[in-house]
Design a binder for this molecule. Structure first.
Ligand code: BGC
Length: 733
């Protein structure tokens, strides 16, 4: 929502509604209750509640709108909310998988299709996108967001907002977006959901807030407060962040909704003694809508009309909620045509889902075994929990989400018609027994190829699904080790929600494909990649750690440190005496690393292979010197990259451009993603791509001035595969 979204006439109507509403009616208007029976929902609608969760159909939604319009005191239409996270009936790849595509335009198209399906069923408000920068894969909700990098979260978040909301929100095929969870939720300590967050202003400003700012700039109608505390203060009561930053500094004109029972949770947080205090704290801090229905229950408002400041605050909250309803066009068109309800995945949406899914899988390793030629006529063993499963949708899919009609077993059989495929599906990963493992070990040598389709079930990621051990669940690791004991090449396909710890066996198979939860077209896309119909082009939006003990393994969560490591540690006894030998051993021993782990993650952010080798021929900075004043007016550093596809199949390629600030007043990140673009390169072709690096990609938060700053000086441009001896540089003056 922008300041000019509403017409003067609509603003005047909002004012007169607020003028006419009683205190109780206003409190009722600024709450959304959880799912109730249709009878209870109708009752709530008649009483003038502001928002309800989706009741299940277009007809039931229309009945609720009718009750609100014809029977409530002021005839105000309802917001009908639902978590449409990565699809409604047509299920798209999970957001984390989408991020691996580095193609936000496709995410935008996916969000548009989701909006069309959901709105036709009556949903006019989705609780998406989640733009919590996430650096700890133990946190189950990493699957709902776009990974570890703030720029990627910003680009995908803004694209999803544009997809859901279109150019102008008052169309009957769009819905209001909700950027969540504001803010810092992805930094829950230990990756344990709902846990404490304590961080510097610099990190908050540079890593966690930017995606929200981008969503606001893209016009997000609503923002959801997060469950966590921020430096001791629960976000539902955080005036500085809700009001001063989001509304005043970023100019957010929509409304802030609490998360489920988030206001009530101020009581167990230990900052409010009762619900009344909790409500006053939240509203005063800038929250505009409570989720749970605790402000007004059983026909009574919780709060009696209190001091004028709170009255004014509630008026403002109401104004914002009504503003979103006007922007959605609900006052003019509250009903949806029941005969146009989309009840199953539409063909064009399926095609959009497939297009998106094709770009997400990440080829982690490959010794040349992949792709398997479609004419392959040998014996294949297809085993593992994802071999014959339709669990490809991922977390946060409601019951109307449609699973793929077929499993990998079926799509592989179709893609490899001459192969003899034996299927040994271990349906439940938690039930893989010693006998199952012995069986694989015993028969592995009888096959020409083994495909292990392994799974972290959808149910194991998402909300409240933090895991302390992020290896594949059950005995799946042992299944890989057993299969790899023979000389038969083994290809592992991972169907999962979060980055996993696969370090115990990642070096064993001939190839590993990270397929994620790809949604309705998952099995067909995986088969097409395995057989080379699709050339994989995904890159990791979040690192795969070597060990849970090294988390966070995010690429830019690291500053140089005063003692950067040059090589891995060792647990061999030290062969020097620090006191006698002095600090000459610093380069070898006293550096920032673990003594029992190699350096860096197993697969870093941005890792991903292709069937076509892409060579970076040349990296040239087109703007070697630029004035900061020019950058602040919109000028960009331009970097030209020449890329050649050495292979004999076309390739899509995500070009990631990182920078490193050589000398800065605050210790800079080792690398920082400054820009990315996805390009297509024909087989044997060469392209020249010019990438713009804007001011925002070089600025950082300066605590002393309370503003972002760009410092003069030299920066390196870091691009994987750059043939230059030294990374090229540019200078800001
Ligand atoms: C989640 C939100 C979600 C809300 C409504 C909460 O538990 O944290 O992400 O939108 O429920 O379903």
């Amino acid at each position: 929502m922008r300041a000019d979204t509403l017409t003067p006439d609509q603003l005047a109507q909002i004012d007169s509604l607020i003028e006419a509403m009683t205190w109780e009616e206003k409190l009722n208007q600024i709450q959304v209750t959880f799912k109730m029976s249709q009878e209870e929902c109708l009752e709530a609608a008649r009483s003038g509640i502001g928002a309800l969760f989706w009741p299940g159909s277009a007809r039931d939604t229309n009945a609720l709108q009718k009750a609100a319009i014809e029977e409530s005191a002021h005839g105000i239409p309802l917001l009908i909310g639902l978590d449409v996270i990565h699809g409604f009936r047509t299920i798209f790849p999970t957001p984390l998988a989408m991020a691996a595509s580095f193609a936000p335009k496709l995410a935008q198209a996916s969000a548009r299709a989701s909006a069309e399906e959901a709105r036709s069923n009556g949903v006019n408000w989705t609780f998406s996108p989640m733009v919590d920068t996430s650096r700890d894969p133990r946190w189950g909700r990493v699957v709902e967001g776009f990974g570890e990098d703030p720029l990627v979260n910003s680009a995908f978040g803004a694209a999803m907002v544009r997809g859901y909301q279109g150019e102008k929100l008052d169309s009957s095929s769009l819905m209001a977006a909700c950027a969540k969870h504001y803010v810092g939720y992805g930094a829950a300590e230990g990756g344990r959901d709902y846990n404490t967050v304590d961080m510097s202003t610099r990190r908050l400003r540079d890593v966690y807030l930017p995606p929200f700012r981008q969503c606001v700039e893209a016009g997000a109608a609503t923002v959801m407060a997060s469950f966590n505390t921020m430096n001791g203060r629960p976000m539902h009561a955080h005036k500085a962040l809700l009001t001063e930053v989001l509304k005043e500094e970023y100019g957010f004109e929509g409304f802030i909704v609490g998360d489920a029972s988030g206001v009530e949770n101020l009581i167990p947080h230990g900052v409010a003694a009762n619900m009344e205090q909790a409500a006053i704290m939240s509203l005063s801090a800038g929250l505009d809508m409570e989720m749970g229905g605790k402000l007004y229950e059983d026909g009574h408002a919780l709060l009696t009309e209190p001091d004028p400041a709170l009255v004014e605050r509630v008026n403002e909250a109401c104004r914002r909620v009504l503003g979103v309803k006007f922007a959605l066009g609900l006052f003019d068109n509250p009903y949806i045509p029941e005969d146009a309800e989309i009840l199953e995945p539409r063909e064009d949406h399926r095609a959009t889902a497939r297009q998106m899914a094709e770009q997400c899988p990440v080829l982690l390793t490959n010794n040349g075994t992949l792709p398997v030629a479609p004419t392959f006529s040998g014996k294949i063993l297809l085993a593992g929990p994802a071999a014959d499963s339709r669990d490809h949708l991922g977390a946060w899919v409601q019951r109307m989400g449609v699973e793929p009609e077929v499993s990998l077993k079926d799509t592989l059989a179709a893609a490899l018609p001459q192969a003899q495929i034996t299927v040994r599906a271990h349906e439940n990963p938690l039930a893989i027994s010693d006998e199952d493992i012995a069986e694989i070990r015993g028969c592995a040598a009888d096959y020409d190829l083994i495909l292990l389709a392994l799974s972290e079930p959808s149910d194991l990621s998402g909300e409240a699904s933090s895991r302390a051990d992020i290896r594949l669940p059950g005995n799946q690791d042992r299944l890989v080790e057993a299969a790899c004991e023979s000389d038969t090449p083994v290809v592992v396909v991972l169907v999962n929600g979060r980055p996993l710890d696969i370090s115990a066996w990642a070096h064993l198979p001939a190839a590993i494909l990270e397929a994620w939860h790809l949604g309705i077209t998952g099995p067909e896309v995986i088969a097409d990649i395995l057989t080379g119909h699709i050339n994989p082009s995904g890159r990791l939006p979040m690192a795969f750690p070597r060990s849970v003990g090294q988390l966070p393994a995010a690429y830019d969560a690291r500053e140089n440190t005063g003692r950067p490591p040059s090589r891995a540690g060792s647990i061999e006894p030290k062969n020097f005496d620090f006191a006698v030998d002095g600090p000459t051993n610093i380069a070898e021993f006293f550096t920032s690393k673990y003594r029992d782990l190699d350096l860096g993650p197993l697969f870093p952010f941005g890792h991903g292979l292709s069937y076509s080798p892409i060579t970076v021929e040349k990296v040239q900075v087109r703007t070697p010197t630029l004035a900061i004043a020019e950058m602040n007016k919109g000028a960009c550093i331009q970097v030209e990259v020449t890329l050649t596809n050495e292979g004999d199949v076309p390739a899509d390629y995500s070009l990631l451009v990182f920078t490193h600030d050589i000398l800065s007043s605050l210790a800079p990140a080792v690398r920082r993603l400054a820009a990315f673009v996805k390009v297509g390169i024909p087989a044997g072709g060469t392209i020249h791509e010019t990438v713009d690096i804007p001011a925002s990609a070089l600025a950082f938060w300066e605590e002393s001035t309370g503003a972002p700053v760009i410092e003069a000086g030299e920066f390196e441009v870091l691009i994987e595969g750059d043939p230059n001896q030294e990374p090229p540089r540019f200078t800001l003056v």
